[in-house]
Design a protein around this ligand. Structure first.
Ligand code: 13P
Ligand code: SF4
Length: 304
């Protein structure tokens, strides 16, 4: 049955000159049929470059919004518009304006896990892959960092010369990974390296051999001499890690590393979305233009 659905999806993608983008946390079968998989940064860049007319975005709402902000001439479909991100919902544009009023003139760095409205009130965006470079690119020595307290505090350690004003947002999925769970896995697998996402609690990141974005994990595991890894991020990452390095072993750091929103999108949802060309994600033009300024400024920061 699923083979028939996959073929129908492929045919419709062709018929509509559509491209299927999937985040690294999507269900295995969705990643399998995607034209491009990646982290938030890579998917935004791919979306801005593609010459497809339609982008089917398999991920969560803020990611599809970023694509709509960067590619207003394209139809952006989010097969499950109810796939949100609790962290993105932890700060509103009104909250941010109140914070800015208390710190006049201080630039705002906003993690892409945020609404378009919040981005529109920000100076520059960042992802987990470029947050340090973005912060270093600022001339100012003080900055507001929203919404992720863990990513913010992780980055802050490497730029002691800058003063951070944090927002207390967090990813419930990554925060469910406890120090005790990681220590237990380390004890069970003393020969494994521990890698984790910077959305993890700071005490957990402190235990890691490497802290990086989801795509950074692929690069690290592919090129590392190690044969065994304890993986501290959402379970969907295991699909491609295992495909990329079939000779290596990957162990999830905690069974709690499961993001319900990232698991909503099924092949059936993708098919229906392509059949109906809905639901379309769009952003009001005044918000889009302001949010685009913050995203463009991020994309202009040299990568390596
Ligand atoms: P990446 O930017 O690493 O893709 O992470 C996005 C995300 O939602 C992590 O929870
Ligand atoms: Fe949001 Fe966390 Fe899910 Fe990523 S894993 S989409 S940050 S809730």
């Amino acid at each position: 049955m699923s083979e028939i659905i996959k073929q129908q999806i492929k045919d419709l993608l062709k018929e509509h000159n559509a491209v299927l983008l999937a985040h690294n946390y999507m269900r295995d079968e969705v990643q399998e049929i995607a034209d491009i998989t990646g982290d938030s940064l890579a998917l935004s860049i791919e979306a801005s470059r593609t010459d497809a007319d339609v982008i089917v975005f398999c991920g969560v709402h803020f990611m599809a919004e970023s694509v709509a902000i960067l590619s207003p001439d394209k139809k952006v479909l989010l097969p499950r518009p109810d796939a949100g991100c609790p962290m993105a919902d932890m700060v509103s544009a009104e909250d941010l304006e109140l914070l800015k009023a208390r710190h006049p003139g201080v630039p705002v760095v906003t993690y892409v896990n945020s609404s378009a409205a919040v981005k529109a009130h920000s100076d520059i965006c960042c992802t987990s892959a470029n947050a340090l470079k973005v912060v270093r690119s600022l001339e100012e020595n003080e900055l507001i960092f929203v919404p992720d307290r863990n990513l913010g505090r992780w980055i802050a350690q490497f730029v002691p010369e800058k003063k951070f004003i944090f927002w207390e947002g967090f990813c419930p999925t990554h925060e469910r990974m406890t120090v005790a769970a990681v220590l237990q896995k380390k004890e069970e697998h003393p020969d494994a390296l521990f890698i984790c996402h910077p959305e993890s609690a700071l005490e957990v990141s402190a235990l890691a051999d490497h802290v990086c974005s989801t795509s950074g994990m692929y690069d690290y595991c592919r090129t590392s001499q190690a044969k065994k890894f304890i993986v501290g991020t959402e379970a969907g990452i295991l699909y491609k890690l295992r495909m990329d390095s079939p000779d290596k072993e990957f162990i999830l750091a905690s069974p709690a590393l499961f993001c319900p929103n990232m698991k909503l999108t099924s092949l059936e949802d993708v098919l229906i979305s392509l059949q109906t060309l809905a639901p379309v994600i769009s952003v009001p033009e005044d918000i889009r233009l302001k949010a685009k300024t913050a995203l463009d400024r991020m994309l202009a920061v040299p990568r390596d």
